[in-house]
Design a protein around this ligand. Structure first.
Ligand code: FES
Ligand SMILES: [Fe+2]
Length: 374
């Protein structure tokens, strides 16, 4: 038994949406705020794709685990006694409580509600006063897990092709951009979670264009990196569902932020892998509701790097992300208040937004094919 997908039969005017995107407009404002569109997107965009869950080093030892969320479902990744990394829905088969919370380790995954305990392979080991439940098919429901760089990724379908099968150019694109992908080169320093009162598509628009950087990030990102409007996407690479951008460091004399480079790789939907000097960020935007997105950012420092320098960089990035979140909330409120029908994108510097919106439109198209025609 596996997790069953959310289904939505909402019909979208796909050709009309495509024409508007082509002409430089966004999706209609209502598509950023309506719950049934959000439900469709969970099913069409997030369910069938890999998403970043957390640091690989947190599941290095047998019995260690990390929890997260994929397409609105709680998920746990756990390292078995046999060394195998497995993933499960973090939902108890008794009465659907959360099995474990937070990072941790132990020989069992024990539900805190009535004490059912699962082995590390997900099978039910014990259920207080309910011996008849043992042996029934009440194992934890499996999900897919995989690893890349310093991270664990998850997908709802346990039979899904691997992460690098789903993104066949992932390793090439990252390596050609000079990214360091060997697990163990960095250590996890901190997780910073930002709760955004905004639709995930607004997060995405903001995350891939740097047209805004010189303005709202004047005292943060813009201090360290060259982000002149109109030129920010000149180094970009868009292949399949990957999008990569590179920024040069400003290296301005006397400033404490002496960056040499920044490479930002986006894995659709919502995963960012950023390498910048001795810092690595692995992050995931998690859609929570039409008007809620949680942005989880794990910061890693290169082995041997100066902790004070790493702290300065984390502070700069956290401020940058906070500035983004503040902008998104205002945009979302204004879209929800029906102030404008659509947003307008600028050709050139906002081209990456059109690429991402195109991927979302493709996902809508795939989801709108009737089952019998697949
Ligand atoms: S819900 Fe988990 S033991 Fe009851
Ligand atoms: Fe930003």
């Amino acid at each position: 038994m596996t997790a069953s997908p959310i289904r939505s039969r909402r019909q979208l005017p796909l050709d009309e949406l495509a024409e508007a995107l082509e002409a430089g407009w966004s999706f209609p404002a209502s598509m950023y705020t309506e719950p049934d569109i959000f439900a469709l997107e969970l099913g069409a965009v997030f369910e069938p794709r890999w998403q970043y869950l957390g640091p690989l080093e947190h599941v290095a030892a047998p019995g260690s685990r990390l929890v997260g969320e994929v397409a609105g479902r709680p998920v746990v990744a756990v390292r078995g006694d046999d060394g195998e990394l497995r993933g499960f829905l973090n939902v108890c088969r008794h009465r659907a409580y959360r099995v474990v919370s937070g990072q941790g380790s132990g020989r069992y995954l024990k539900c805190g509600y009535h004490g059912w305990a699962y082995r590390l392979d997900g099978t039910l080991a014990s259920a207080p006063s309910a011996p008849d439940c043992i042996g029934d098919d009440l194992s934890l429901l499996p999900v897919g897990v995989d690893t890349f760089c310093e991270g664990v990724f998850a997908i709802l379908d346990p039979e899904a092709p691997s992460l690098t099968t789903a993104h066949p150019r992932l390793r090439d694109v990252a390596e050609q951009a000079g990214m360091s992908l060997d697990a163990g080169a960095y250590r996890h320093v901190r997780r910073i979670t930002t709760h955004q009162k905004a639709n995930w598509k607004l997060w995405y628009d903001n995350a891939v264009e740097c047209y805004h950087c010189a303005h709202i990030h004047g005292e943060s990102f813009n201090r360290a990196f060259a982000v002149a409007s109109g030129t920010a996407s000149a180094n970009a690479v868009a292949i399949d569902e990957l999008y990569l951008n590179r920024y040069a460091g400003r290296r301005s004399g006397g400033d404490e932020f002496q960056a040499t480079f920044c490479t930002a790789l986006q894995l659709y939907p919502g995963c960012q892998i950023i390498q910048q000097d001795d810092l690595l960020i692995m992050a995931q935007a998690r859609p929570v509701a039409a008007n809620r997105t949680v942005f989880v950012a794990d910061y890693f420092a290169e082995e041997g790097s100066d902790p004070a320098s790493v702290e300065r960089w984390i502070k700069l990035w956290a401020r940058t992300y906070d500035e983004d979140a503040a902008a998104l909330e205002i945009q979302h409120r204004n879209l929800a208040a029906s102030t404008v029908d659509r947003m307008r994108y600028v050709e050139g510097p906002e081209a990456p937004v059109s690429i991402i919106n195109g991927l979302t439109l493709d996902a809508y198209r795939q989801a709108s094919v009737p089952d019998g025609d697949r």
